[in-house]
Design a protein around this ligand. Sequence first.
Ligand SMILES: Cc1cc2nc3c(=O)[nH]c(=O)nc-3n(C[C@H](O)[C@H](O)[C@H](O)COP(=O)(O)OP(=O)(O)OC[C@H]3O[C@@H](n4cnc5c(N)ncnc54)[C@H](O)[C@@H]3O)c2cc1C
Length: 435
Amino acid sequence: MIEERFDAIVVGAGMAGNAAALTMAKRGMKVLQLERGEYPGSKNVQGAILYADMMEELVPGFREEAPLERHLIEQRFWMMDDRSHVGMHYRSEDFNEERPNRYTIIRAQFDKWLSSKVREAGAIVLCETTVTELAQDDNKRIIGVRTDRRDGQIHADVVVLAEGVNGLLGTRAGLRARPTPDNVALAVKEMHFLPRETIEARFNLQGDEGVVIEAAGTISRGMTGMGFIYANKECISLGIGCLVADFQRTGQTPYGLLEQFKRHPSVAPLIAGSEVKEYAAHLIPEGGYKSIPQLYGEGWVVVGDAAQLNNAIHREGSNLALTSGRIAAEAIGLLKSRGASMSATNLSIYKKMLDESFVIKDLKKYKDMPPLMHTHSQNFFLTYPQLISKAMQNFVRVDGTPKVEKERASLKSFVKARSWSGLVGDAWRFARAWR
Ligand SMILES: Cc1cc2nc3c(=O)[nH]c(=O)nc-3n(C[C@H](O)[C@H](O)[C@H](O)COP(=O)(O)OP(=O)(O)OC[C@H]3O[C@@H](n4cnc5c(N)ncnc54)[C@H](O)[C@@H]3O)c2cc1C
């Protein structure tokens, strides 16, 4: 048993846990961080885009030393049917700036590096240590953790739960309910290796410029989900994910979807001749604002994916994890500096601070989007992509048909598929959920 008592124990060394441990250690607090993986990042799966501003707040000047892949100058959104895609691209030379805004990263390398900063700041980081249970006193106050090490009970004033989307510890201790299948997506991802020059030629890139493609449409077979293709220096991250409830309902498999996605005529040429070296599957919390559980209690706070802090609409998670971890640590640091206890009443300051941040403001803005996408997935992920693709083809194909007739035919196809009231209803529901 580690006899020492800590100011804080952080469970997990992903983005949220590292942000929390680093922020508290920098403030001179005695921090123990426990990670079940062989090293930080070994268990972590992400596309992965890193948002620089949130990282800069934690490690100023991180660009000088962090393992980064490419800085993003272009974002593509593809709406796909089985043979085509309708695209929206934004590419700007402005993103070739001195301090780029977004990067692709490889989590296994990045988390390892970030963890070295946590250690440098003075925290003790123990890997290959699984927290098996939260230790509670008679009043149900969290007083520490039990681990899979022999005699592994350790005490602290506060426990930061940064255990990721499964959040087993929190649910086992009765702090929150398990995420439901309609609130989590299961994503599968592969890393396709290619020579650097090939990637740059295929994606129209120079030097360390990068591009990401987010894709939706018939690739998810009417389920709520998306695909992604991210260009790294010498590999391409490619994956697809859908709500677990939809996989259960349809009997589709993530592997099946991934294979179809890779064979799509818009995707296959990008990865042709590549060598697949990594395959991973992971859950993503996608329930949004309405699925956020209780964020604090007697002697504990929860951050990152474990708190369901993920913006599925903008495909952001790591920045919400970094920010919630940092804010929780700042709240704890504030209480400590005042000599205040880590009671639920005092820790409620974490929620107040988080409510003021972009994390909760953004999730609140899109609070109705996840249920809308789920209940109308057939329309938004199957019917409309097919209709839009057909209309686009009709628009660009030159075959002697008068344009007025073409427009009439496209409109008719929309009305036939959804009816006037259906079209107006979908537009109204979407606009309302977006506002
Ligand atoms: C396929 C995929 C693509 C994604 N793409 C992006 C993207 O491009 N951009 C973006 O911003 N976000 C993306 N995300 C989301 C992003 O990965 C998460 O939001 C982010 O990793 C959450 O960080 P976290 O620290 O909360 O959890 P995690 O990164 O999951 O870290 C949790 C850590 O806790 C450890 N742990 C769990 N239980 C225990 C225990 N009992 N004891 C000890 N350790 C434990 C785990 O081993 C892990 O290291 C993606 C997610 C997936 C699955």
